[in-house]
Design a protein. Structure first.
Length: 401
């Protein structure tokens, strides 16, 4: 008797999962980003009720979005991204125009069993309880088709559970019509998992012509260790090494070549940090962000510092005065150090919510070092002015720099 019941249960599960499989409309786009939709029979007949959809794509994507509507404005948008602990965050948003959609707390959505990250793919199986209505109008699930939109952004993993995380603009987007005919049917259950079977995850089409030839899916997002190495090295260089190398000049009796040697070494540390930064920026498609851009400017500007420093030194030896090149060396150096300190804060912000905790600690150290450095600059400029006045009057000490 028990065996008979078991056989019947297995049969029922097989039949229902088979049925569910048949009630899934599927769409795949560039880069292996796929979506599936199921409208349970009850919702299809009454036009009200639950719908189920799946959003899936490679973990090399920063976020993947699906929306009900024919354009951003007025759409119910659902975005998924990595939550930083092996699962996905589902963020329901309100599309209002060509700008980042805002988190929408009125959407009644839940992540279902089978959601998560495995084998390099993020999967969100979603139940939406009030998708028949949204800010832009009403969805008609009794009809045979519906207008939807999709968008995605390859790049750095967001690794956050915050539903209102900042999103970078999409690289791919489009509108499509979903054939509700193939999506309708089945009971009001999660159609993407069936007991005893593999989860039903939409896979990209095997035909390379249909998917993105670049296969962003294979791009590995940079590791935390790399980011930490870059951040730590760059921060130590700009918060400690470079200001100390500049301030050391103001220690009485110090030789100019000590400053020169230390600063060139410090610049080499920055080259190493910048190398890692450039690699990450390319991998994560962040090259047009202000943090890497300011970093590149600093890298270029500081390259000329040893030349200007040496030219100043040569001119000063014969004239005993600062020349134009001296002002360039001194002021470009000072401003670059301060800008680098600020840029570190932008780097932490760019690194996302997981690194946000470092921002306060970094800002405190940067503020202390920045103030100490500025005080040393002001002190030196005032005493240099006094000393040049007394030199003109026949007193005062001058350096041999
Ligand atoms: C930071 C977030 C976002 C920004 C700044 C943004 C910005 C824009 C801009 C400027 C356009 C017009 C130019 C173009 O086609 O590229 C656009 C179009 C579009 N976006 Fe977004 N978007 C964002 C998020 C999303 C999301 C999450 C979706 C999800 C489905 C989406 C779907 C679309 C679609 C389908 C279009 C073409 C249709 C239309 O013009 O509305 N966008 N977006
Ligand atoms: C990447 C390398 C370098 C950086 C970042 C750098 C940075 C700086 C900075 C920020 C100052 C101003 C210090 C202050 O505010 O009190 C300064 C002053 C100075 N640097 Fe450099 N420096 C570098 C290399 C050199 C080299 C190679 C030389 C000489 C051969 C040199 C010679 C000087 C001299 C003589 C001063 C004092 C100028 C004055 O007070 O009129 N520097 N440097
Ligand atoms: C060529 C110059 C630079 C480039 C291309 C660059 C690029 C980057 C990139 C791509 C990230 C990671 C963002 C992410 O994965 O989301 C980052 C993070 C960071 N950068 Fe830079 N950066 C540069 C210069 C600097 C400078 C001058 C500083 C000064 C302190 C700095 C400090 C940081 C910090 C603190 C982080 C956060 C690291 C972490 O959270 O572990 N970077 N940078």
């Amino acid at each position: 008797m028990r065996r008979c019941q078991l056989v019947l249960a297995i049969l029922a599960a097989t039949v229902s999962s088979h049925a569910a499989k048949q009630h899934l409309a599927k769409q795949c786009f560039k880069g292996g980003v796929c979506y599936q939709l199921n409208i349970p029979a009850e919702t299809a007949s009454s036009g009200e009720g639950h719908i189920y959809f799946q959003i899936s794509g490679p973990t090399s994507y920063s976020w993947i979005g699906l929306g009900q509507g024919s354009q951003m404005a007025g759409s119910n948008i659902f975005v998924i991204y990595s939550d930083g602990s092996g699962n996905v965050t589902l963020s329901a948003r309100r599309g209002e125009g060509h700008f980042e959609p805002e988190h929408d707390t009125s959407a009644n959505v839940s992540l279902l069993e089978g959601s998560g990250i495995s084998n390099g793919r993020m999967v969100a199986n979603v139940l939406c309880r009030n998708c028949q209505q949204w800010q832009g109008g009403r969805a008609d699930f009794t009809s045979m088709q519906g207008a939807w939109i999709h968008a995605s952004r390859p790049g750095r993993s967001l690794r956050t559970m915050e539903r209102d995380a900042n999103l970078e603009q999409h690289e791919d987007n489009g509108a499509f019509v979903w054939d509700y005919g193939s999506a309708k049917g089945g009971g009001n259950v999660n159609p993407f998992v069936s007991r005893g079977e593999e989860p039903i995850v939409s896979t990209p089409p095997p035909d390379p012509a249909e998917s993105d030839a670049e296969i962003v899916a294979d791009t590995k997002v940079v590791s935390d260790a790399l980011m930490t190495a870059h951040g730590t090295l760059a921060a130590i260089t700009f918060l400690v090494l470079l200001p100390v190398g500049a301030m050391i000049l103001r220690v009485p009796g110090i030789d100019i070549w000590i400053h020169a040697g230390i600063q060139i070494f410090n610049y080499c540390c920055f080259i190493a940090a910048a190398g890692l930064g450039i690699y990450m920026a390319i991998q994560e498609r962040l090259s047009n962000h202000h943090h890497p851009l300011i970093g590149m400017v600093l890298l270029g500007v500081l390259f000329f510092q040893p030349v200007f420093g040496y030219l100043h030194h040569r001119a000063y030896k014969s004239t005993q005065r600062r020349t134009l090149v001296s002002y360039i060396h001194v002021w470009v150096g000072r401003l670059a150090i301060l800008l680098g300190m600020i840029n570190g804060g932008l780097g932490i912000q760019l690194a996302g919510d997981v690194r946000r905790g470092y921002l306060v600690a970094y800002s405190v150290v940067a503020a202390i070092m920045g103030i100490v450095f500025l005080c040393s600059v002001v002190y030196w400029e005032l005493s240099a002015r006094k000393s040049s006045q007394s030199t003109e009057q026949g007193g005062g000490k001058s350096t041999s720099w």
